[in-house]
Design a protein around this ligand. Structure first.
Ligand code: PMP
Length: 420
């Protein structure tokens, strides 16, 4: 990514009437969405003049589109280490995938979640028929695992929904251990992979997790395609998620025979291009490999956290005091606050005066931000494949300048956001 963005700081050497100054954009908001990889963009460009109705038409282009769509399904399954009898349902995103699964939890089933989850992995369970219990985190990973074990013993849960990596701090519980203790209690596990999968290889087969969900737009593919992958039985028996064409084997005026999963849940004309893009992104990330992803993340995350911790007036945020020893380096997502300063104003300043893009607010994780005493919101910088050390340094310099001098322009709130 090498786009230039306008900034408000005038170039004093350029004289009056000079064009607005621009700087290279420092994108530190990959955790929200990651721009498409070149291979993804190329595949989409090649497919755009060709796509046709999937699973319905006999025409040549329909056959090509169907083959591409199904090949992507296979690629997504491979990417998450699906077992041979797992199902890959292509969804719109993680939110869609978790809502779909919530509709397939057996009648009356109850769900256990921890209070660190993104709303997408909390609200579908809270409003499901059996409801959800929300367990409070403990100060260490070890204690949190112990509390989880006791909670699993107190009630007959059906499912444990847990994030693969926090969208606030990048930290995670050790998934293999979580799966082991849940399975020992007869409870299935769904891993919200939205933040984990852009940063780490993951395998359903080797972790033993029952389901995983993902979003294409966080995996360097465009919006509109994601997936739910996992055990067939619930997905075959569950209420069809989208009733419509393609989800049925036979319909009469009074009765319908539904297809098994995944077709059962994919009614309507599917997002062929989105699925294709996601499949290509999945193959690219596998080719880059876990080692390279980890090394890139670790280098830049360490630089970012060390730089923030050196600044007086910055508070960095962690869920557990023993994360790194217990689980290893968190993924490249870092939340911090400047106590006494409005995070929306700081984010607007970083964008307008430094060309640095970060996220501000409560990150769709209100219970967690509340537990962290950050009800007023915070700032989040997140690292992706296009992030450089220079991007990190630009952010650090911007935060330092804000703390030292404050905004150089006047800011007002327009439509709920600060603007110079
Ligand atoms: N879970 C986590 C951990 C996330 O970070 C996000 C996106 N911020 C989601 C779920 C929801 O993803 P989507 O908006 O793509 O459905």
């Amino acid at each position: 990514l090498d786009s230039r963005v306008p900034i408000v700081t005038p170039d004093t050497s350029a004289g009056a009437g000079a064009a607005p100054r621009t700087v290279r954009y420092a994108n530190l908001d990959y955790a929200a969405s990651a721009p498409a990889l070149a291979a993804v963009a190329e595949a989409v460009t090649r497919a755009l003049p060709l796509y046709a109705s999937v699973h319905r038409g006999a025409g040549y282009l329909s056959q090509v589109s169907t083959a591409l769509y199904e090949a992507s399904r296979t690629a997504i399954g491979t990417f998450v280490g699906a077992r041979t009898d797992d199902v890959v349902v292509i969804t719109r995103n993680t939110t869609d995938a978790l809502n779909l699964l919530a509709g397939c939890v057996p009648e009356g089933g109850t769900v256990l979640v921890l209070d660190l989850e993104h709303h997408a992995n909390l609200l579908p369970w809270q409003r499901s028929a059996g409801g959800a219990d929300v367990l409070a985190l403990r100060p260490t990973v070890a204690e949190t695992l112990r509390t989880l074990t006791s909670a699993l013993a107190t009630r007959n849960y059906t499912l444990l929904a847990v994030t693969g990596a926090s969208n606030v701090t990048g930290e995670a519980l050790p998934i293999d251990d979580v799966v082991e203790l849940a399975h020992a209690a007869g409870v299935r596990v769904v891993v919200d992979g939205a933040q984990l999968l852009p940063h780490r290889a993951f395998s359903l087969a080797s972790s033993g997790a029952d389901y995983v969900t993902l979003s294409g737009h966080k995996l360097y593919a465009p919006y509109g395609a994601g997936a739910l992958v996992g055990r067939r039985d619930w997905l075959d028996a569950g209420r069809p998620y989208l009733a419509g064409g393609g989800a049925v084997t036979n319909v009469t005026a009074s009765s319908t025979t539904w297809e098994p999963a995944p077709q059962r849940h994919e009614g309507g004309s599917p997002n062929v291009i989105g699925a294709l893009a996601l499949g290509v992104a999945a193959r690219e990330l596998t080719a880059i490999g876990d080692d390279a992803l980890r090394a890139h993340d670790a280098e830049l995350r360490t630089r970012l956290v060390a730089g923030l911790e050196e600044l007086d007036g910055v508070r960095t945020v962690a869920l557990w005091s023993d994360s790194a020893e217990a689980v290893g380096e968190p993924v490249g997502v870092v939340t911090f606050a400047l106590p006494g300063h409005d995070p929306g104003l700081v984010a607007a300043y970083l964008s307008a005066e430094h060309g640095v893009g970060v996220r501000d607010g409560r990150f769709c994780a209100h219970p967690l931000l509340s537990r962290l005493d950050l009800d007023a919101g915070a700032l989040r910088a997140s690292i992706g494949l296009g992030t450089t050390a220079d991007d990190v340094d630009r952010l650090l310099a911007g935060v330092r300048a804000y703390l030292d001098e404050g905004p150089g322009a006047e800011y007002v709130v327009v439509n709920g956001r600060w603007q110079p």
